[in-house]
Design a protein around this ligand. Structure first.
Ligand code: ADP
Length: 346
């Protein structure tokens, strides 16, 4: 059952009068189509790309194409800029190029076409060690973890800074501080193979923070976590963005992405379908890219995306005022709820 405030519901935030103000804040990279959706405008993107001396721009991609050796064209015509402190959600269906894009940003995969600037310098000009001081990457299902203690795993994040083979007092201090900050000090001596999914994810984030990077890339960081740990991990990352660290995550849960990210790159078949703030999360784009029917609800603060099953009408997706829903649970009359709180979306 869906719960939301009755008077704030709209179908597509972009088409709503209520959100006209939002339209003025749409990313420069976007152009509005006649139906109210936003599409990327290559002219604006190029104009913005030229402005790479902007101190705030952390990552600048232009015309990236990537094809795997088996001939699969994973990415095409990828152009965007990312600024310091951005929390970017890369969204799109399976196989649409999200992981490939993250691996390209980390320098693991080299695009056949296009340029990537990291803090104004070409990615392929970085020495590996220097790049590790700028970018931290946590792959999906990090299976290649070495069976050692939590402390040593986090200390490994200091590797790019360790010059003579053994960590300095400073490395130990940074590691200890991060363990404490993330509430991992009590399990510091446990072997990481004995941890729960949530604990392991936090340890991997701690290791990346020990790297002190300016940019953190994460591939599906919340996919195996319960809602409590999902929120904890995303909150942790949001705190980092407040220190001007840029966070880019590939994420399947659209509602979590909307809650935490300030910008979105929507990928569709290896191309950018839309890019920008919450304004780009529209019914038509989500339905086109994911090939499902959805209803979008705006409660005035957040957007909620509700998938609909094939024979369901929007009217069937009941939306209740949150207070009345509580009352219903406590045994108040069904009649009151039906009269006042059940409604349909136009
Ligand atoms: P996503 O992360 O959105 O699920 P991926 O980036 O993993 O998508 O994959 C994009 C496309 O590239 C898919 O068609 C996938 O099958 C293909 N692909 C991914 N990894 C490889 C690989 N190592 N070799 C060949 N093709 C790959």
């Amino acid at each position: 059952m869906v719960i939301a405030k009755k008077d704030k519901i709209i179908d597509n935030p972009i088409n709503s009068h209520e959100n006209n103000k939002l339209n003025n804040r749409v990313d420069d990279n976007l152009k509005m189509k006649s139906n109210g959706d936003y599409i990327k405008s290559s002219n604006n993107l190029n104009k913005k790309y030229k402005n790479v001396n902007n101190f705030n721009i952390k990552i600048s991609l232009k015309d990236i194409k990537f094809t795997y050796r088996n001939g699969i064209h994973a990415l095409d015509d990828i152009t965007f800029n990312v600024e310091a402190g951005d929390f970017i959600g890369i969204i799109g269906p399976n196989g649409t190029g999200k992981s490939t894009l993250l691996r390209i940003l980390d320098g693991i995969l080299k695009p056949q076409v296009g340029t990537i600037l990291i803090q104004g310098k070409e990615l392929n000009k970085y020495k590996l060690n220097d790049l590790a001081k700028v970018i931290g990457y946590i792959p999906q299902n990090s299976v290649s973890i070495f069976p050692t203690t939590v402390f040593d795993t986090v200390l490994l994040g200091r590797k790019p800074y360790i010059e003579w083979g053994s960590p300095t007092k400073k490395d130990i201090k940074i590691t200890s501080e991060i363990l404490y900050k993330l509430g991992l000090e009590e399990i510091a001596m446990r072997n990481i193979t004995e941890l729960s999914g949530g604990q392991l994810q936090k340890v991997l984030i701690a290791r990346t923070l020990a790297q002190q990077p300016d940019i953190i890339l994460l591939d599906e960081p919340t996919s195996n976590l319960d809602i409590n740990h999902q929120l904890e991990v995303l909150n942790l990352l949001r705190q980092e963005t407040k220190k001007n660290i840029t966070v880019i995550i590939a994420i399947h849960d659209l509602n979590l992405a909307i809650k935490f990210c300030n910008k979105f790159i929507i990928l569709n078949n290896g191309k950018i379908e839309a890019i920008g703030g919450k304004e780009v999360i529209s019914k038509s784009i989500i339905e086109k890219v994911f090939k499902v029917r959805v209803k979008i609800i705006n409660d005035g603060t957040d957007l909620f995306i509700i998938p609909m099953i094939s024979n369901e009408n929007e009217e069937d997706v009941i939306t209740l005022d949150i207070i009345s829903y509580d009352e219903k649970i406590n045994g108040n009359t069904k009649e009151k709820i039906e009269k006042e709180d059940i409604f349909t979306v136009q």
